[in-house]
Design a binder for this molecule. Sequence first.
Ligand code: MG
Length: 512
Amino acid sequence: MLTRVRSAVASLMGGVMAGGSGGEQPGGSDLPLKFPYGRAEFLGLSPDEVECSADHIARPILILKETRRLPWSTGYAEVINAGKSTLNEDQACCEVLVIKRRPSETSTPNRTPSARRRSSLPNGEGPSLNLDASEDLTFHYWALFDGHAGSGAAVVASRLLHHHIALHLQEVMEILRTPNLVPPTCMDEEPINHLLNATSHRALTRAASLRGAAGAPGSPSTPPTRFFMEKKVSQESLVIGAIENAFKDMDVQIQKEKESYNISGGCTALMVLCLQGKLYVGNAGDSRAIVIRAGEVIPMSAEFTPESERQRLQFLAYMQPHLLGNEFTHLEFPRRVQRKEVGKKMLYRDFTMSGWAYKTIDDDDLKFPLIYGEGKKARVLATIGVTRGLGDHNLKVHDSNIYIKPFLSCCPEVRVYPLSECEHGADDVLVLGTDGLWDVLSNKEVAEAVTCFLANCDPDDQHRYTMAAQDLIMRARGVLKDQGWRISNDRLGSGDDISVFIIPLVCGNKQD
Ligand code: MG
């Protein structure tokens, strides 16, 4: 049954706008586009407006139109880069999704969609932190994708990742819909309604244990008691697992569909899901999310870069040296080793070390380092500056047959914020930004700017969060002067694409 649902949903997603016209993406492929290039649907831009938004000289800041609202009065603004790529390679998505029960649990066999979008646009709506009175499960979703080597993967992920998340949540929705239910260790493939009739968690856990056991406790074949110990898994962990698997499925779909469509490059992905009073922040890449509460910053993501992931990458290369193609070394040295230094001792570190030690240099150490460079210039295999993301299946080291993909992982880190357990004021927000924002503004600068801006707004103005997002982009882009884009204190402004969501947290509390 699950397979049938999967293929039906894949077909639904695969068929939408396939090979659409309008807009072009770089990539040099003759294959049709999976989706045409465009800006976020919720901006409601005409083709002319999309074209104007790509002016690298004026760099207009795009915001929500007056007539449009996002859920929770979320603010959004974006600007294109200063010329590093023809198109804006950032993409955004904001949706309210309602997950329906699986077809096998309804009397209509051929109803297959896993989720439907609620008509959140253009008028917007408030969130619901409680379960629907009906049998549906509703979640709110915001996401930013930062493309590289083309906008194709970012466009596809912005249109489809939330459907993959909905599909995985659908698999466990009966458990999630039952307050305080401890997820059973084993579950039948078929409907699990029988679980819902159980009256206590103890009974559920025990029933699951017994189904997996070889015999009844006390019988001659019963293993010792220690084999009956079970790890208790929380409902929260099920949601995190659903997000993690959705990222993997999204990546597999991009890989498969690259055979039929032109899906250029790869992208980072940062998403937020609000479900049952909790915010789940999933991040794969170098975008960033922070909560600003009473002016204080609570980081909700960590960037995945060659430097932050050095030990994972070095361990992978150590275990599978063939991935380095005999051209790279998994060891790190403070600088490139020169031939004349063979036989001498030099500082190095491997995957087991955070500190440094000396080793005697041999010929193998002359190879190019797996990770090279510092800060924003650090690269994996001299090719890519992020270590998590979607797509990039065909990306190779220049002029070689060495693939980047095993080192570039699609797995996100998911952090949870207990939204409904915290009190929030009108100026408490969750800020999502692509690296174009964070390259030039620190967490503290962003928090101060947003807090100060909102404090000076009319609290009843529904567009205050959009104006705050616009103000942030302005501070990061700066103004064009003789020497280029400049921000405060005559620092260099960001020349990258910049996209920002500002999500008010007080809206969540109001819905209780
Ligand atoms: Mg960027």
